[in-house]
Every structure is written in C-alpha cells, then in structure tokens.
Ligand binder design. Sequence first.
Ligand code: NI
Length: 186
Amino acid sequence: MAILKVTRLGHPVLRLAASPVSLEELATATFQRLIDEMIETMHEYDGVGLSAPQVHVSQQVAVIEVANSPRYPQAPAVSLTVLVNPTISTRSDETQLGWEGCLSVDDLRGRVPRARRVTVQFLDRHGHEQRIEAANFFAVVLQHECDHLQGQIFLDRMADFSTLTHLKEFRRYWASEEIPPPEPMH
Ligand code: NI
C-alpha cells in the first residue's frame, strides 16, 4: 500500500469535473487499491476527507472519516465512508458557517457557508446504492468532497476572504471559535 502524493492548489486536475466510475471499473483490483490508498493517504495527513482529484485521479470517488482528528479536534466522529459517483439530492435552505481547510490548500483555513443538512446518494465501494442524510460537520465534509468532484475548492464558496487564515494564526486568534454556534444566514 502506498501513501499517494496530494495534489496542491494550482494543479489543473483540481479544477476539472471528475468522470463517473463504471461498475466494471469499480470492481477491479486496481480501483479497489486506489480506494485503499486514498484511505491510507487521508489517515497519513490527518484529513477528514479526500477526493480522487486530490491524488491526481479525475474520477468521482471520495473517502471520509472523522475520528479524533488533530486538524478538527472538536468534530464529532463519522465512520469511514467511501462515496462513488455521489450526488447531493437535497440541501436544506438553512445554512451554517464553519471552518474548513483542505489538504490541497496547505496551511490555510477559512469560514465557509454551507447547507446545514444534505442528502447524498452514491455507490459504496461494492457498487451498492446508498443514501446518507447528514447534518452539521458531516454535511459540511460531504459538500466539501462533492465540490472537489466538480472542480470546486472551499475558497470558491467563501463569502469573502476576511476569515482566511494560516493555521498558526488560526490557533492563536480564531481557535476558540472553531465550532461556532448555529448562525443562520440569508
Ligand atoms: Ni479539500
């Protein structure tokens, strides 16, 4: 198993709409190994999510797991989830503002408005149709990873860059606001 090289902001693959994965390709040992290596890579860099474009593969697959992340220490746990060809079928009108970072946007974090609740339909790694209803931090991670598969970065979703901060300054000046109270936006 290999730790994969993470694509950094500026690499064109991050801006492409990724291709859907066929059931035939999903079943191959090569693709299953890619999924395993994405999970290993997410763990290696303490991410809570990783999409295939972030490892130079323009296909619609992402992995999510939240468990005692040093990058997001207060985030509630989410068990390992592999999303193939995900689509967000519903988004709540209610939004939330939360801090996001990205392994492809090294050392930066900013506050991003997102739908508070989403429903996501996808295939699991075995090709079975699945559906998740998620809220709060899990909903944010789902939206962040689905965005990657459409060539979008969290920076694109920020209302403005007034909260964009390096991690050291985040810890110094902003960390006490890491999990902000519910803050509906209009
Ligand atoms: Ni990201």
